[in-house]
Write a protein that binds this ligand. Sequence first.
Ligand SMILES: *[C@@H]1O[C@H](CO)[C@@H](O)[C@H](O)[C@H]1NC(C)=O
Ligand SMILES: *[C@@H]1O[C@H](CO)[C@@H](O)[C@H](O)[C@H]1NC(C)=O
Ligand SMILES: *[C@@H]1O[C@H](CO)[C@@H](O)[C@H](O)[C@H]1NC(C)=O
Length: 854
Amino acid sequence: MGCLGGTVLKALRLLLLLLLLAAWKAGSRQVHYSVPEEAKHGTFVGRIAQDLGLELAELVPRLFRVVSKGHGDLLEVNLQNGILFVNSRIDREALCGRSLECSIHLEVIVDRPLQVFHVEVEVKDINDNPPVFSVSEQKLSIPESRLLDSRFPLEGASDADVGENAALTYRLSPNEFFVLDVINKKDKGKFPVLVLGKMLDREENPQLQLLLTATDGGKPEYTGSVTLLILVLDANDNAPIFDRSIYEVKMYENSANQTLVIWLNASDADEGINKEMIYSFSALVPPNVRRTFLMNEKTGEIRVNDAIDFEDSNTYEIHVDVTDKGNPPMVGHCTILVEVLDENDNSPDVVITSLALPVLEDAPVGTVIALISVSDRDSGANGQVTCTLAPHSPFKLVSTFKNYYSLVLESALDRESVANYVLVVTARDGGSPSLSATASVSVEVADVNDNAPAFAQPEYTVFVRENNPPGCHIFTVSARDADAQENALVSYSLVERRVGERALSSYVSVHAESGKVYALQPLDHEELELLQFQVSARDAGVPPLGSNVTLQVFVLDENDNAPALLPRPGAGGAGGALSELVSRSVGAGHVVAKVRAVDADSGYNAWLSYELQPAAGGARSPFRVALYTGEISTTRTLDEADSARQRLLVLVKDHGEPALTATATVLLSLVESGQAPKASSRVLAGAAGAEAALVDVNVYLIVAICAVSSLLVLTLLLYTALRCSAPPTEGACGPGKPTLVCSSAVGSWSYSQQRRQRVCSGEGPPKTDLMAFSPSLPPCPVPDVEVEEQSIGGDCSRKVGYYFFISISFILFYFFKDFIYLFDRDRDRQRKREHKQGEGTRCGARSQNARITP
Ligand SMILES: *[C@@H]1O[C@H](CO)[C@@H](O)[C@H](O)[C@H]1NC(C)=O
Ligand SMILES: *[C@@H]1O[C@H](CO)[C@@H](O)[C@H](O)[C@H]1NC(C)=O
Ligand SMILES: *[C@@H]1O[C@H](CO)[C@@H](O)[C@H](O)[C@H]1NC(C)=O
């Protein structure tokens, strides 16, 4: 198209208009083509020259040209063949937008003559645009509680094409919850809507991812898609739950405060505040359980808050609620069964019911004394109780029934050995460690009169000096009774008998209560040497029991008898003086007479010595008297100077303290040798030698006896020292102590013996005491020692002492036996030789209660 000047252009326009009108008039047929958009360069559109009726040859000369307003060179005409073809890419959407009709208007102009043709080229749409969503992902938040058929509009896709190519259809990816509904709005396209087809569950599917695809109706079709991200919002639709409905818990009683019982863990499928939980005891839980256990509301821990005692309650049932904080809240439940296990925390109980106390000591075996019941609050082995009895005693426990026992007498009782038993009953349970309890029962044994009063010895020996004051206390008997009270109340009495012509009770009496024995009258040794009697002791029991003791009361001699002169045997007249005829021819040392005297006493008191009283004139007497024999002998040969009648006063004196004396008067008539009777002088002469020998022997014996006595004293002292000193037996009247009596002198020795040998012979008393030493009798000190010993009660040492004395005594005895034998033989020989037989006879009296007749 050229550019012409203004006027020319005006003229041209006008011309053109005219031409057009002419052409419209001439031809006026519309040529119509169509071409798809996006056709390739050179795409045939139509034979425009031919269709317009133009010759091909005239095209160039006639300046055939195509004018397109605004559309440039989209289409071109080949002037050689007159074909309209696509010159450059035609985009319908760019050309016409979304209008349905889209065509390119072409003006074909030829000159000479100027002709204008109008050609319409319709641009046909092709599906060259896919549906497009504005975003690649759409998010939707949907509460899980939304009801079915709830609708959720979606943003649709757009398609730049038109017509079918822009007709979209929607598809939703397969899922179980949503379906797609498409709303068709007139002229405004389609709108997809999600419809809830199944209830959402956040707990199962917290979010869903769906794909929405849009497809256009072109051929080929295009699709576009968008991801739908659906977030399911939580609703409090789940109750908290426990993993079990019942929990069983075992725990020991006495668990410490705050011990964890159970830690509950409920769970809630919801989230956020909907899963926040509070634990609590259910309303069903009784107050005692609420007191005992403490619930931590937040953590669900249940702890011990009070003493757990199996014996109070051995199970607990705890109902627990758990509530979430959603709106409305939801509640879960569970039950906890707490089984309390027993511990051995209870000691057994022992209850003793005393039945029969005190128990008589003669109660038969099997007597039930007490009932014992035991119990233990624990259970099982912890509550099984066994009972034992201690210490060892004559009682036993007999199980009568489970947990019941009888205390039964198992063996005989003796109150005198054990008067009271303290028994300890121990009850022990079977727990581990086991617990025990004890109870003590004091069993008193009641007395029965089963013991007679008993004396310490069956026999007591008492020494009493004669001439005691009347009513003097000589001894005390004492019997013991092992029983109690009146069964042990002892009274004493004398067992009456006759002593000679008199009753015993005239000599002694016994005080019933004290047991003191009194001598009622002065005793006379010469009358009664030994008083033997029995004292009976009797208790006050019913029936009473009694026993006897023998008392041997030795009456000790006192020097209460003066020596008595004896008349010369064969010669009459005891009262007068002793007169003898003495031949003047006798030599020195000739025995001319003998003074005989006896003493009713014994021992020293009867041991006589003879002394010549000095003559009144002071003249020296030719006679002397032998100290112990009383034999009067000449000291020198007699001569004429000696007066024919000699009067000698011989003082006879015993060895008592004080000594008693008697005076014998001896009248000697000196005669010439022939006058003196031969026999007499022979006897006297012979006697003189014998008497001299006797005197010597006596001296020896005295020395020997003194030695022995000293030995004994020594031994006794030694023994006593060894034994420790002991109280001597009672002898209230005077020093009647056996040791003194025994050890003091020869004469007293005989008292130690219970029997007595006495020589009543003209030979004189001194020998009698010596002869009394007899082997067949127990030695002197033994009874005395026995008295002492038994009061002490030493047994072994007593025997040792006893045997020691026996041995000593026997040794002494054999020594003396030989000695006496020698002496006897010597004397016999002398007698045979010089003296006539029959002068001295022995009349030994062996008797216990011998009355000595002087
Ligand atoms: C609860 O949880 C705690 C801590 O995890 C645990 O010790 C306890 O045993 C649980 N309780 C139950 C009943 O499972
Ligand atoms: C156990 O402990 C709690 C808290 O310390 C206290 O309140 C309660 O009195 C205790 N119970 C006993 C029996 O001591
Ligand atoms: C004691 O002696 C008396 C008289 O001899 C006698 O009757 C009695 O039975 C004796 N008692 C005992 C226990 O021996």
